[in-house]
Ligand binder design. Structure first.
Ligand SMILES: Nc1ncnc2c1ncn2[C@@H]1O[C@H](COP(=O)(O)OP(=O)(O)OP(=O)(O)O)[C@@H](O)[C@H]1O
Ligand SMILES: [Mg+2]
Length: 236
C-alpha cells in the first residue's frame, strides 16, 4: 500500500478551479520533487493535501485512511507535516516556545531533537521569533514540523530568499533526515537543481495538471526538457 494516494483531485478557490484531476501516489520513504513555473498550482496541491484548500472532487488517502474531508489538525495528527511557503512561526514567542508548540503532546525534552538538527536554534532558544534571520525562521519552521514526527513532509519552497550557504545546510539536513528516519518528502522548489539532486522522482505541473513524471536523473540529463517546463536548464 502506498503512503499517500491522491485520485482525480480537483481543487480551487471559490469559483476558480486551479487543479484539474491530479493523480499521485507516494511510497513510504519516497523523495519527490514537485516543480513548475510560478502560479501553476504547486502550493495549492500541498494545501489540498493538508486540508487548506477547497477540494471539489477526488480523494486523498493516507496510510490507507481517507482524509479528503479531514481538517488540517487531523491530518497533522495522522502524520502529514507541512512547511508552508510563508514560514509560519509565532513571531511573539521565543524559539523554544515555538518548538514546544510543535510537540503535539510529546515530552518537552524532545525539543532537543530540534537543537540536534539545527544547533543554531539552540543558540537562539531565548530569542523571539521576530528577531530571527530568514534562514533561522525557516530552520525553526522545519524543526517545529519535524517534532510532530510526520511520515510525510511537505516542503513548499524552503530555500526561497535564503543565502546559498543556508540553502546547502537545509538541503543536507533534509537529505540526512530522509536517509536516517525514512520520512517521505515532497519538495516544491524553484531551485530546480537542488530539488532534482535531493529527490528520486519528479513531477512537473503546468496550469494545474501533471504534464511529466519520471526519475530526476532523466530530467537532469535532459536540460532542454527542463527549459521547456520550468524555464531553467537545471544546472548550477
Ligand atoms: N487564496 C487564493 N485565492 C484565489 N486564487 C488563488 C489563491 N491562492 C492561489 N491562487 C491562484 O491559484 C493559482 C495557483 O497558485 P499557487 O500558489 O498554487 O501556485 P504556485 O505554483 O505555488 O506558484 P509560486 O511558484 O508562485 O509559488 C494561481 O493562479 C493563483 O493566482
Ligand atoms: Mg507556491
Amino acid at each position: 500500500m502506498a503512503l499517500l494516494e491522491v485520485s482525480n483531485l480537483h481543487v480551487g478557490y471559490g469559483p476558480v478551479q486551479v487543479l484539474h484531476g491530479i493523480d499521485l501516489s507516494i511510497e513510504h520513504g519516497a523523495r519527490l520533487a514537485l516543480i513548475g513555473r510560478n502560479g501553476v498550482g504547486k502550493t495549492t496541491l500541498l494545501k489540498a493535501l493538508m486540508g487548506l484548500a477547497d477540494v471539489s472532487s477526488g480523494t486523498v488517502r493516507f496510510e490507507g485512511r481517507t482524509l479528503t474531508q479531514a481538517d488540517p489538525g487531523a491530518r497533522a495528527l495522522a502524520g502529514l507535516g507541512y512547511v508552508p511557503q510563508t514560514r509560519d512561526i509565532f513571531a511573539s514567542l521565543t524559539v523554544e516556545e515555538n518548538l514546544i508548540a510543535g510537540l503535539k503532546g510529546r515530552p518537552v525534552k524532545c525539543i532537543n531533537e530540534a537543537y540536534d538538527l539545527f544547533p543554531r536554534l539552540a543558540e537562539r532558544r531565548r530569542n523571539g521569533g521576530s528577531q530571527l534571520s530568514g534562514g533561522e525562521q525557516q530552520m525553526l519552521t522545519v524543526a517545529r514540523t519535524l517534532l510532530g514526527q510526520p511520515h510525510l513532509l511537505l516542503l513548499d519552497e524552503p530555500l526561497e530568499g535564503l543565502a546559498p550557504i543556508i540553502c546547502q545546510e537545509l538541503m543536507s539536513v533534509f537529505t540526512r533526515l530522509a536517509q536516517n528516519t525514512g520520512v517521505a518528502v515532497v519538495l516544491v522548489e524553484q531551485k530546480v537543481d537542488a530539488a532534482l539532486r535531493f529527490a528520486h522522482q519528479a513531477i512537473v505541473l503546468e496550469r494545474g495538471a501533471i504534464v511529466h513524471r519520471g526519475d530526476c536523473q532523466s530530467l537532469i540529463s535532459a536540460p532542454q526538457l527542463l527549459e521547456h517546463y520550468v524555464g531553467v536548464s537545471g544546472t548550477d
